[in-house]
Design a binder for this molecule. Structure first.
Ligand code: NAD
Length: 363
């Protein structure tokens, strides 16, 4: 890619913002962070010093009004995702936002309307789509190896979160400040995989509850069944009660042809690592019954060897796509509509669990 660097501003300079910064630093001549902000001014100042960012502010509005930005990365808690994206769109600035896209569908619509009105791009983080094992599944679907489409999809998030995790930041574990539990925070990745592979969902029915985390308000377990627009069926499970955790995120798909594939993400143990640095989890295709020697699965060993493919993390793969989308004036690989569809699933399960009825979903 050529041309001047795309100028990024970071909104919210906590944990994951450092992953964005490392990713953008690795994009070299394509990107630079010119400003950052956080409502905790000292955090913004520390971040600016750590990553050599010239300007830091104590609000997104102040940062955006100062100008000189092409795009922002929003890495605030979920209920604070929408506001900076809308403010950015109003100023003609593109937006990338951490998962989930927003904490509510109403917020998602506000963001999409602003982007459409002011002609800006919006993308939501789903960096694990760039795992080679995820790409292998996408390729199998695109080349018809599963038949015309997948007819059965299973999506799972199998994690463990303890009291120390929820105590780490005051916003975690509460409906008003986190927006939800395992569905809102951990499962968006595997919900996005399911929708990416199966297409849009039409109806959902689910249950959720807090089963063994009495020290937080939000749900720690959720299950749902889904009917897709294609007529395919799906099942979804999210838990933060599995200790030790198994497959962090994943999907299993049964194709119309009968072939079955899985894509599992799991944590790399230090003893297993064969590259000096890399992401904390990788992906493999543990189930793969496609009878084509040219399309083989990514094994656990392959996944560890690839690690993050020469970039420091998978955020860098997605942010490279975002830079390309801005330069080429094309949609990003993961769109705002994709993000909204995930939020619709989450909100649909919450509503269904409350009313005991299936919920219709639409774009
Ligand atoms: N893609 C991934 O794999 C991944 C991993 C971790 C976290 N996340 C997501 O990233 C987001 C942030 O998570 P985190 O773990 O970095 O949280 P964090 O608490 O470490 O950081 C959030 C920061 O946002 C700041 N903030 C809050 N409201 C703000 C506002 N209105 N304007 C500016 N700054 C504000 C806070 O002061 C804090 O410094 C969440 O949406 C989370 O789901 C994604």
């Amino acid at each position: 890619m050529t041309g001047s660097k795309i100028r990024f501003g970071i909104v919210g300079t906590g944990g994951i913002a450092n992953t964005h910064a490392a990713a953008l630093a690795a994009l070299g001549e394509d990107a630079e962070i010119v400003a950052c902000c956080d409502i905790a001014a000292d955090r913004a100042a520390d971040f600016a010093e750590r990553w050599g960012v010239q300007h830091h502010y104590d609000s997104a509005r102040a940062m955006l009004d100062a100008g000189s930005l092409d795009v922002i990365c929003v890495s605030t808690p979920h209920p604070q995702h929408a506001e900076p994206l809308v403010l950015a769109a109003e100023r003609g600035i593109h937006g990338v936002v951490e998962k989930p896209f927003t904490a509510t569908l109403a917020d998602a619509d506000r963001v999409l309307e602003a982007a459409a009105r002011f002609g800006t791009m919006v993308s939501t983080m789903s960096q694990r789509r760039w795992f080679p094992a995820a790409q292998r599944v996408r390729q199998a679907l695109d080349t018809g190896k599963l038949g015309a489409h997948a007819l059965l999809g299973e999506s799972y998030c199998e994690m463990w979160r303890d009291q120390a995790y929820y105590a780490r930041d005051t916003w975690r574990g509460r409906w008003d400040t986190e927006g939800g539990g395992v569905l809102m925070n951990q499962a968006p990745h595997n919900i996005d995989f399911l929708l990416w592979f199966m297409g849009p969902a039409e109806e959902i029915f689910g249950y959720w509850g807090n089963l063994n985390h009495p020290y937080v308000e939000i749900e720690d377990n959720a299950v749902a069944v889904i009917r897709f627009r294609s007529g395919a069926l799906g099942i979804l499970k999210g838990t933060v009660s599995m200790n030790p955790e198994r497959r962090i995120h994943g999907v299993t798909l049964v194709g119309e042809s009968g072939a079955t594939v899985s894509f599992d993400c799991w944590q790399v143990k230090d003893a297993e690592r064969r590259v000096a640095s890399g992401p904390w989890d990788v992906g493999s295709n543990d189930i793969w019954t496609i009878p084509d020697p040219a399309q083989q699965p990514v094994t656990k060993a392959d996944a560890i060897d690839f690690s993050s493919g020469g970039l420091p993390n998978f955020h860098a793969h997605q942010l490279r796509d975002v830079v390309g989308a801005i330069r080429d004036k094309r949609p990003p690989a993961v769109t705002g509509i994709d993000g909204r569809r995930v939020v619709a699933i989450i909100e649909g399960i919450y509503e269904s669990g409350k009313t005991g009825r299936p919920v219709k979903l639409s774009d």
